[in-house]
Design a protein around this ligand. Structure first.
Ligand SMILES: *Cc1c(COP(=O)(O)O)cnc(C)c1O
Length: 370
């Protein structure tokens, strides 16, 4: 048996990837066609329309970047940051930290405003910080997957714009699970990923960019320092009557994304958000019934990513191992300062179903008894 033959179905209840919808698998298996074939261009065009709906935006430039969620993050910063720009990153977990790292590598003058992990970004503290300097960019993670905390992205856009800066929002984990209203929250650039609440394998990073950000991009003094992720060139591949070859789109992944977005829109966005919330409440109830607790204050909890406190004296890795070996369920460990202290149970997209919630609770109950 080779390594590929050992792959079997696993119930993915960690921080991503999530369970893939059967219609997405079907789409991935369609025949590969040429990337400038008119039929493929139609698929690209339909994806742009569906993405605008799901991201809540009228932005013309709304498309999937090739690469995982981190490619979306990298694209945000390489396109909008110029050397020496003052960048403020609001940090309350691993992904905020990653933004800092990405921006620093571009030679930006980066400051991080850190909040206790497990608590949300506080807009009052941000308002004060924003007055300190002439920032060019302010960035925040909507759904901080490392802690299970939801940040108040809707309260920050105005503050950022009053200060004349651009607003970058990471919606990798939030998109499809809670509302990401790009235009309403005034995000200038927002990116996501396919393997969280869109129930697609990892490989693409949906991204949208508004007028203000495009104007900064067009008026750069220097070229975007990353050829592959240069949105000013990728735009010409994704729009207009004549498409200019930039790089070959990952054809079958694009099929998969098309199917994934169709599934979300057929269910309906309000219905999808309600399902995530209901499954989250069911999970919390189940976990509490077996004596487990969640460290995040209920009002700031993400429905799709549940941090669970590891009880004293429990070997958290052994429990995850038993879940995988005995029940085919994958859950996540804590990252950074939360390693060993929490588990992360994901209810993302197609994973967020009653059977999965009930199974993980009864499995945890059995394993913890022994
Ligand atoms: C998963 C995730 C990323 C990174 O996505 P990859 O697909 O792992 O590259 C970025 N931001 C957040 C909030 C995430 O949850």
């Amino acid at each position: 048996m080779n390594a590929l033959q050992s792959v079997s179905k696993t119930i993915l209840m960690g921080p991503g990837p999530s369970c893939v919808h059967p219609r997405v698998y079907e789409a991935l298996a369609l025949p590969t066609i040429g990337h400038l074939d008119p039929r493929f261009i139609n698929i690209m065009d339909e994806i742009k329309v569906m993405l605008r709906q799901i991201m809540g935006t009228k932005n013309e430039i709304t498309l999937p970047m090739s690469g995982t969620g981190s490619a979306g993050m990298e694209a945000a910063f390489v396109n909008l940051v110029e050397r020496g720009d003052k960048v403020l990153v609001l940090v309350n977990g691993v992904f905020g930290k990653r933004m800092v790292e990405v921006a620093r590598r571009l030679g930006a003058d980066v400051e991080e405003l850190e909040f206790t992990w497990g608590t949300p970004v506080d807009p009052d503290v941000v308002a004060k910080k924003i007055k300190e300097k002439n920032w060019q960019i302010v960035a925040v993670v909507h759904a901080e997957t490392s802690t299970g905390v939801r940040n108040p992205v809707e309260q920050l856009g105005k503050l950022v714009h009053e200060a004349g800066a651009l607003y970058i929002v990471d919606a990798v984990t939030s998109l499809g699970g809670i509302p990401v209203e790009v235009d309403a929250i005034e995000a200038d650039l927002c990116y996501s990923g396919t393997q969280k609440c869109l129930s697609c394998p990892p490989g693409l990073a949906p991204l949208t960019i508004g007028e203000r950000a495009i104007s900064k991009l067009k008026n750069r003094a220097t070229k975007v320092p990353n050829w592959y992720l240069d949105i000013s060139m990728i735009m010409d591949y994704w729009q207009g009557a004549k498409r200019a070859y930039h790089h070959t789109a990952p054809i079958n992944m694009i099929y998969g994304l098309h199917a994934a977005l169709s599934v979300v829109l057929e269910e309906g966005l309000p219905q999808a958000y309600a399902r995530h919330q209901e499954m989250h409440e069911r999970l919390v109830q189940g976990l509490e019934s077996i004596g487990l607790t969640l460290p995040v204050d209920p009002q700031f909890r993400l429905p799709m990513l549940n941090a669970v406190t590891v009880p004293d004296g429990v070997d958290e890795a052994a429990i995850r191992r038993a879940l995988l070996d005995t029940y085919n369920i994958e859950i996540g460990a804590g990252l950074g300062p939360l390693a060993g202290k929490i588990w992360r149970i994901g209810l993302m997209g197609y994973t967020a179903q009653k059977e999965n919630v009930d199974l993980v609770v009864s499995a945890l109950k059995n394993i913890l008894k022994h």
